[in-house]
Unconditional design. Structure first.
Length: 115
């Protein structure tokens, strides 16, 4: 299993950013995936997840209404569209594949929110 995040960078408060995670090594369309993040000095926390269909999603309260998770089963990718970014959203964002005893993480992509 290989997960590679991209799309991180520096964005001004209130701005948007779109993260992507390219997955390989498993039958992508059969599994849900999720996004997590870890801010400096903080524990890693759940951000959002998406089921196999792409129609069922869950979000952390802190991002609900601002972030949207989606997937492209043909491209084996998931995305996180982030809007109205706040300084508190600054973190390393990770893609996670977790099923039964299998638990895989990407290397993360840094999101910095600053003016």
């Amino acid at each position: 299993v290989h997960l590679v995040e991209s799309g991180g960078g520096l964005v001004q408060p209130g701005g948007p950013l779109r993260l992507a995670c390219a997955a390989s090594g498993f039958t992508f369309r059969n599994y849900g995936l999720s996004w997590y993040r870890q801010g400096p000095g903080e524990e890693r926390e759940f951000v959002a997840d998406i089921d196999v269909t792409g129609y069922n999603t869950n979000y952390a309260d802190s991002v609900k209404g601002r972030f949207t998770i989606s997937r492209d089963n043909d491209a084996n990718m998931i995305f996180l569209q982030m809007t109205s970014l706040k300084p508190d959203d600054a973190a390393v964002y990770y893609c996670r594949f977790h099923w039964s005893a299998y638990d895989y993480w990407g290397q993360g992509t840094q999101v910095t929110v600053s003016s």
